[in-house]
Design a protein around this ligand. Structure first.
Ligand SMILES: Cc1cc2nc3c(=O)[nH]c(=O)nc-3n(C[C@H](O)[C@H](O)[C@H](O)COP(=O)(O)O)c2cc1C
Ligand code: SF4
Length: 465
């Protein structure tokens, strides 16, 4: 691991049985939580300063306290292992390396927020990880470790929005991945309360279940994998790693124009350039890093910021965000207009269209980028793109529209000369292919991207191969 401490989330050899897990100290976190009780468990996590690893970095203790404090007959826990962010493979790497720590984290969460039922949601295509987590749940149930909280594994669709927490709940309930209105802590799984907060009709007499909101805790798979370690070793141990605002380690993915794409656990606060070198083996000889993106969710990090610390505050200071710590690296041979076009097209295709400015705006922005990249664009395309970038987030239910705005506007801002060169030269000056790194597999220094994504249409059907 890059940092002062040995890795604890990603062991060098996979933990492949419950006996191995218990022999290496597994189970101690749940025992400690049960000793402390729910409120003190949440306090310990709050003191540890763990932040959500699914994208937003939200403080975990605060989220658990909010869900635990909501009234309602039933509470639920959901582990988000949908992992759809381009450039990210860390949740699958964690599930392959140690599914037991994740299940223990889920059970501790259930205990802390008062949930008798939990769901672990993964894409149906993640067959290796489904096998690993199913084995872990079965063994732990047989050993009496997760008997207080029933754990169900849910297999979801390929859509990017499946990972969005309000859409994830819809999928668990058997629907399509369309984000609903209210956040999971207000309108949770199987909730029967109206989402608008009021109802024009009187409840039917005797229908007591009508207004149940079922507050639900949704946490990312890496977030929950940290929990048993923190409970077993304490908040001070966790805070001995990383920085004051970003304690602990983080599991990063490094892909794109690097020698050997990979996943690695690093201490938070490590400089970004050192992470690219240590995890991805750096860029190829003679090349230099031009741009780094954390998924397709945050503004671009340009070359002058490569020495920035990889932490929530370090990335905020350079006007970007850590996201799910899946870093897509581009070297000086990559065309930034083509990168913008690929990212915008991905977000356009994946947008669900419930908020018209998001679907229409991302579609229009993609159309202008198509024209500029093809050498038939003009300054009118740039002007129209700028106008759409302002409106694309109007009335947005989820963060996807904000991603389109943040990532595309940042490329326009950081690489204006590349747009001018396309418009004035009527061609792309760097015409090499740029792939969208939606990862299907990653291992032995080789990344496999989802080739089907290029055939996906904006209505979520696929063009024939
Ligand atoms: C379009 C979109 C896709 C997302 N995909 C994922 C995902 O695949 N996995 C994930 O953990 N979070 C994803 N998120 C973030 C979740 O909505 C949610 O914030 C997260 O699961 C909360 O967990 P955390 O607090 O542990 O980070 C996505 C968000 C958006 C807007
Ligand atoms: S913001 Fe976009 S992706 Fe999110 S719910 Fe609205 S239309 Fe769908």
């Amino acid at each position: 691991m890059l940092g002062r401490m040995p890795p604890f989330l990603l062991p060098s050899a996979p933990v492949s049985s419950l006996d191995d897990y218990l022999a290496s100290g597994g189970g101690a976190g749940l025992a400690r939580a049960q000793e402390l009780g729910p409120a003190a468990t949440i306090d310990e996590l709050t003191r540890a300063g763990l932040r959500g690893r699914g994208g937003a970095g939200f403080p975990v203790g605060r989220k658990w306290a909010t869900v635990a404090g909501q009234t309602g007959t039933r509470h639920y826990v959901v582990c988000n292992a949908a992992e759809g962010e381009p450039g990210t493979f860390k949740d699958r790497a964690l599930l392959r390396a140690n599914p037991y720590q994740l299940v223990e984290g889920v059970v501790i969460a259930g205990f802390a927020v008062g949930a008798a039922e939990a769901f672990i949601a993964l894409k149906a295509s993640f067959s290796r990880e489904i096998d690993a987590v199913t084995r872990a749940v079965t063994e732990m149930q047989a050993a009496g470790i997760c008997t207080d909280c029933a754990v169900t594994i849910v297999q979801g669709p390929e859509e990017y929005l499946f990972g969005e927490e309000k859409a994830l709940l819809e999928v668990i309930e058997g629907g399509a991945p369309l984000p609903r209105l209210l956040p999971p802590y207000e309108h949770g799984l199987f909730a029967t309360a109206p989402q608008e907060g009021w109802d024009a009709t009187e409840p039917e007499p005797g229908r007591r279940g009508r207004a149940e909101s079922n507050p639900t805790l949704v946490n990312n798979a890496e977030t929950l994998s940290n929990v048993p370690h923190i409970m077993a070793k304490g908040a001070d141990w966790f805070r001995s790693m990383g920085t004051a605002e970003s304690p602990g380690t983080i599991v990063v993915t490094v892909v794109g124009d690097v020698v050997a794409p990979d996943v690695g656990e690093i201490e938070l606060g490590t400089p970004l350039s050192a992470v690219i070198d240590a995890v991805g083996s750096g860029v190829r000889p003679g090349r230099r890093v031009k741009a780094v993106f954390s998924g397709v969710s945050n503004p671009v990090v340009t070359a002058e910021h490569l020495s920035s610390p990889l932490s929530y505050e370090g990335f905020r200071a350079i006007g970007s965000g850590l996201g799910a710590a899946g870093f897509i690296v581009y070297d000086d041979t990559a065309c930034m207009v083509e990168v913008a076009r690929q990212f915008s097209r991905f977000l356009y295709v994946e947008s669900c269209g419930q908020c018209p400015p998001c679907k229409t705006g991302s579609g229009e922005i993609t159309r202008h980028l198509d024209a500029i990249e093809a050498g038939v664009g003009s300054t009118a395309d740039i002007e129209s793109m700028r106008a759409w970038l302002e409106q694309v987030t109007d009335g947005n239910r989820c963060y996807l529209a904000v991603q389109e705005q943040a990532v595309i506007a940042s490329i326009l801002r950081s690489f204006p000369e590349e747009f001018v060169a396309h418009i004035e030269g009527h061609r792309c000056p760097l015409p090499r292919p740029v792939e969208l790194p939606k990862l299907v597999d990653l291992g032995d220094g080789h990344a496999t991207y989802d080739a089907r994504q290029y055939r996906k249409r904006p209505d979520w059907t696929y063009e024939p191969a």
